[in-house]
Design a protein around this ligand. Structure first.
Ligand code: NAP
Length: 347
């Protein structure tokens, strides 16, 4: 076991939903953490600083952009351990290449190539995604036993189809290539499914919140698309990152997913808990209707995405994360409840 208190820890993407939980949990353990953020006056960074204030550990932000290698140099050179979480996850995009693929791929290359120049670096935990494991749900038909595990790679996404998933696949592949090109530091990947649960900074900008806000906005008022996903609590994802860093026997990829679920199951639970606030009907919206209208909701909800995903189950293994990282998964329905409660209170 690595004693993290003796290490110089860097987290990239420190303004992020997952990163801020990793930082908070590390600060609770007494660690002193450096974080990169694009803007030091970002309210999420200021809120994290105030949340960490009473704890034993500390956080310090450095301004850096993934595409500006020089801005990353000092924080990376000064660290012995890196959690590389920064990568764009958003559905409102102008260009798949510029907004998703370029920063994910070049950002990962920049961070890991600089890590190769740091003689003191010991270990990297990379935030990948199940999106790098599975593209469309229908792809499961060709997976061994129709279930995705850590040996599987997303082979169907592209710049035109599921570009976010493509960006995560390219970035993780590039990371393993750079890892293999050196023998100084070790690397572990965490591959979370859809991450839910409360934000530590109460300032949610993350895509997870944009998705969950649909239960309040009326998007599911007349019915819900038959979309199945894996889901996991953000605090379990943070624990998985920390355990992967501490536990030197952990290696390779780790699907981090509590439950195979769907928008309907979560909606039924939320409607029961918040009957006045949640606008949801458990009726299934016909696939063809979503296929024809999806594009008007988001550029990513293309006809092909709907045809290849709606109505197809989602199945991923999570036993490696349980056995090798010791994760005891929370109930994701409870997580969804805490998240919606936070959104309601904020508005
Ligand atoms: P988030 O809150 O949006 O965090 C993403 C972070 O990446 C933000 O801090 C963002 O900074 C940073 N970033 C994006 N582009 C950047 C750039 N060019 N330069 C520097 N920083 C940049 O979302 P999240 O959910 O915490 O995501 C964190 C990681 O988890 C990502 O790698 C994502 O792919 C992965 N992941 C998320 C989920 C999920 O369901 N949420 C599931 C699987 C994997 P700004 O805020 O300044 O843009």
């Amino acid at each position: 076991m690595l004693n993290l208190n003796n290490e110089k820890i860097l987290i990239t993407g420190g303004s992020g939903y997952i990163a801020s939980w990793i930082a908070f949990k590390l600060a609770e353990k007494g660690c002193h953490i450096s974080l990169t953020a694009r803007r030091l006056d970002d309210p999420r960074c200021l809120l994290l600083e105030s949340k960490v204030q009473p704890l034993e550990g500390t956080v310090q932000f450095f301004q850096a952009d993934l595409l500006d290698k020089d801005s990353l140099r000092k924080p990376i050179m000064d660290s012995t351990l890196i959690f590389h979480t920064a990568s764009p996850f958003k559905s409102k995009i102008n260009s798949a290449y510029k907004d998703l693929i370029l920063p994910a791929l070049e950002g990962t290359k920049n961070v890991l190539n600089l890590a190769k120049e740091n003689p003191n670096l010991k270990r990297i935990v990379l935030t990948s995604s199940v999106a790098a494991v599975l593209g469309d749900n229908q792809d499961l038909r060709n997976y061994p036993n129709q279930i995705a595990d850590e040996s599987c790679w997303n082979e169907t996404s592209s710049e035109a189809h599921n570009p976010y998933s493509y960006s995560k696949t390219l970035a993780e592949k590039a990371a393993w290539e750079i890892f293999k090109s050196q023998n100084q530091w070790s690397m572990v990947a965490i591959n979370p499914s859809f991450v839910i649960g409360p934000s530590i900074t109460h300032h949610p900008k993350a895509e997870s919140f944009q998705v969950m806000k649909q239960y309040l906005s009326g998007a599911f008022l007349l019915g819900v698309p038959e979309i199945y996903v894996g889901a996991v609590d953000v605090r379990d994802v943070a624990d998985a990152h920390i355990s992967a860093m501490e536990n030197l026997s952990a290696e390779g990829r780790h699907i981090t997913s509590a439950k195979d679920t769907g928008f309907k199951e979560i909606g039924i639970h939320l409607k029961k808990k918040f009957p006045q606030k949640v606008k949801f009907s458990p009726r299934t919206v016909p696939k063809i209707l979503i296929a024809l209208t999806g594009r008007f909701i988001s550029k990513l909800l293309t006809y092909k995405f709907i045809m290849n995903n709606v109505g197809y189950v989602w199945r991923t293994k999570n036993d490696k994360s349980i056995n090798s990282l010791g994760i005891k998964y929370r109930d994701i329905l409870q997580s969804s409840e805490e998240m919606i409660e936070q959104i309601i209170q904020k508005n």
